[in-house]
Design a protein around this ligand. Sequence first.
Ligand SMILES: [Zn+2]
Length: 113
Amino acid sequence: MSSAMRRIKRGLKRHHRYNTVEYNTEILVHGRMVYGCERCDRRWSMYLEKGIEEPGENHKPSPFVIQCPFCGGMARDISGIIGFAGGGYYPLPDGASYFANRKDSDCGVPILN
Ligand SMILES: [Zn+2]
């Protein structure tokens, strides 16, 4: 590969990262995990933002335990990862809870809606 081509490729990569930061109004998810509360027994879906619980060099796990939004008890994953049929990314459904992929956190940040 010529040095000019390498420069172009590096430039494209930087541009892509820049764009990803700009798209903060659209949350893309690749699946969900069902969390269940040990105290009140409620169950709900936590969607997984792109980069959370996905293989790859920037892999970030979701927390083992989160606080139940209904009673304040401890809730755990009871389903494992449930991907979309056929795979891929979809926008977060309106009003859904999810694990956000934040730059300043090593694991998914629970956003409970
Ligand atoms: Zn609860």
